[in-house]
Design a protein around this ligand. Structure first.
Ligand code: SF4
Length: 292
């Protein structure tokens, strides 16, 4: 039995219990306690983001579970094993209605807003009406906060779809994940649910944005199921630099762990080391690097 403690941004806390098999120890059942954070609403915040400023969040995935095409060891929403919950995806109409209500109230109260950010309990582009939601959001942003940006944090797994790419091209900050340019490392850290997801297929798809994207890379070290993980090694940085050069994003955003992770044997890369890595990448690529 695994005990997942789910803690909402609003401060409520609940315990989720379920059984998982431990792949390292075969049939044995691991007894672990993991801290996870779910957003229990479609619109959340505004919150002050270290990367984005005053940010109003949109969670397009269910608000009582997680739905993602990755199952990252560091995911703040916890492992996919917790299940998708019961509420399902919010409809396009409901997202627009909720967003308009919030923006109108904030505007009338004179509250500032820098960015509307799609993130939440999973991968936002999985929403069946993602392109329509983006159109609605841009229209509402233009009406209530024309100076604010629209950002999407995506794990890049759905950019083989033309409608998803078209929608991502419309937003101000199309922030796409690339944690490693080496498939075995992606498999260890991000754990894609599709066996056909590889770095070799991903990088050419990222190139198609022709620079109209920001690449986000999480650096970490640690252990999972008896395997050592370290995407700060020279071989990793070399592969990432080669990929960044091909993709030519307008910016590279690097960061490390900030909160508790479902795999507790992960280590944060210290800030000074992260800055050194950022400098090396900026020099090697000529692309601006921000370190969060
Ligand atoms: S892509 Fe994002 S939401 Fe999905 S598992 Fe990774 S960190 Fe979590």
């Amino acid at each position: 039995m695994v005990n997942f403690i789910s803690k909402s941004k609003q401060g409520t806390e609940k315990m989720l219990n379920f059984v998982v098999g431990c792949s390292f120890h075969g049939a044995c059942k691991a007894k672990l306690t993991m801290q996870t954070v779910l957003f229990h609403s479609t619109i959340f915040g505004p919150i002050r983001s270290r990367r984005l400023g005053v940010s109003l969040g949109i969670n397009l995935t269910p608000d009582d579970g997680k739905v993602c095409t990755f199952d990252c060891l560091y995911c703040e929403a916890g492992f996919n094993a917790q299940g998708p919950g019961t509420t399902g995806f919010p409809t396009r109409e409901r997202v627009a209605w909720l967003l308009e209500s919030r923006l109108k109230n904030m505007n009338e109260a004179g509250e500032p807003l820098d960015v509307i950010t799609f993130s939440g309990n999973g991968e936002p582009t999985l929403h069946p009406e993602f392109p329509g939601v983006i159109d609605d959001t841009i229209a509402l942003r233009d009406r209530y906060y024309p100076g604010a940006k629209v950002s999407v944090l995506s794990n890049s797994t759905r950019i083989d779809r033309e409608d998803v790419c078209d929608a991502l091209r419309k937003v101000d900050n199309n922030i796409l994940k690339l944690d490693s340019a080496l498939t075995p490392t992606i498999r260890m850290i991000d754990r894609p649910t599709s066996p056909s997801f590889t770095a070799e297929r991903l990088v050419p798809l990222l190139e198609k944005f022709k620079g109209q994207c920001v690449i986000q890379t999480m650096f970490l070290r640690g252990e999972h199921d008896g395997c050592m993980i370290d995407n700060t090694l020279p071989v990793e940085i070399e592969a990432l630099v080669a990929a960044y050069r091909r993709i030519e994003p307008r910016e590279i955003m690097i960061y490390s762990i900030d909160r508790k992770t479902p795999e507790e044997k992960l280590e944060k890369v210290p800030s000074d080391e992260l800055h050194e890595i950022g400098e090396r990448i900026a020099v090697a690529t000529g692309i601006p690097v921000s370190v969060a």
